[in-house]
Design a protein around this ligand. Structure first.
Ligand code: MN
Length: 314
């Protein structure tokens, strides 16, 4: 057996396994393609922590005037969760789905073994939202692709606080969105000065991202930008707003399978990713997105070195 990580001694820095943590993942700015581009802050995967539960990708963009125009591209082995606070995005995919998403509704795309999709904003205007990926466990990652739009999501209410359960379960409220591992994604909307104690599960690990305003999460002052990793072992999580705020809560059972994530693919081995890339270049397996005015995105070149399976944190 061999440790696949390049610097194994770093693992001793790991916080007490299974316990609460406060780890600020700063994220980095990434410009998505298109002539005007769109700036996103990517907090997962980060160098030290690649996943929170099955959540493996977190992009936050806006609020700013922007035109989203993401040409057809493939996905494997994941679900995409599209959640907006402002604006509209039109989704089209290789199953023939065509769906405009507006704030407070969920677009959930299950790539399974193969899907392709395109996303664009139908009108110029302010865009504000998150694009999240959920890794599918090995037993489900070859499932048929699917697309679901969920306009009605359960909410938990407290004075000045509305918590929408986007996917998974929180405090007894369960989203109708299909999840393949025990997890939660929820948006906590707080009026200025409002506070709430969320009921959370000790077996889940959690992280929080302020999307708007400014809030204290478990006593840590947060503004839009970093993702606060909170670890496991909690039964309650305190959130308190300064100004009116929106806080995204992500959590789930720690995802123990090692992933190879490259470009838009989630797989398990270098060879698998090579095959996905070849299948996208050749067409066929990923289907065709109708109605998008433009060419599909070509996959970038694979790196010169082999892609290695990575654990959820180092
Ligand atoms: Mn995509």
């Amino acid at each position: 057996m061999s440790n696949l990580e390049s610097d194994p001694q770093e693992t001793v820095c790991e916080a007490r396994a299974g316990g609460p943590a406060h780890e600020l993942l700063e994220g980095r700015d990434v410009v998505l393609g298109g002539t005007r581009g769109m700036k996103v802050t990517r907090t997962l995967p980060s160098r030290d922590r690649r996943m929170v539960g099955a959540w493996c990708f977190v992009d936050h963009y806006g609020p700013e005037p922007a035109a989203m125009r993401v040409a057809p591209h493939p996905h494997t082995g994941l679900q995409t969760v599209t959640w907006l606070l402002e604006g509209e995005v039109l989704h089209r995919d290789s199953l023939g789905s065509e769906q405009v998403i507006t704030p407070g509704r969920l677009n959930l795309m299950t790539a399974g073994r193969a899907i392709s999709h395109a996303e664009e904003s139908p009108a110029e205007g302010v865009l504000h939202g998150v694009q999240l990926w959920v890794a599918l466990p090995d037993g489900s990652r070859h499932t048929d692709p699917a697309f679901d739009h969920h306009p009605d999501l359960p909410v938990l209410t407290a004075p000045g606080v509305t918590t929408t359960v986007i996917i998974g379960e929180l405090g007894g409220a369960t989203s109708p969105a299909r999840a393949y591992t025990p997890l939660v994604g929820a948006e906590v909307a707080l009026e200025a000065g409002a506070a709430v104690t969320l009921p959370v599960r000790p077996d889940f690990e959690y992280a929080a991202l302020v999307l708007a305003g400014a809030a204290e999460v478990d006593g840590e002052a947060l503004e839009p930008g970093p993702l606060l990793y909170l670890g496991q072992g909690r039964t309650e999580l305190a959130v308190a707003a300064g100004p009116a705020s929106r806080v995204l809560l992500l959590g789930g059972e720690p995802f123990e399978e090692q992933l190879v994530m490259w470009w838009n693919f989630v797989g398990r081995t270098h060879e698998e990713i090579e095959r996905f890339r070849k299948e996208w270049a050749e067409g066929g397996a990923f289907g065709t997105v109708e109605g998008f005015d433009g060419a599909p995105l070509p996959a970038p070149a694979l790196p010169g070195t082999r892609l290695k399976p990575r654990p959820r944190h180092r």
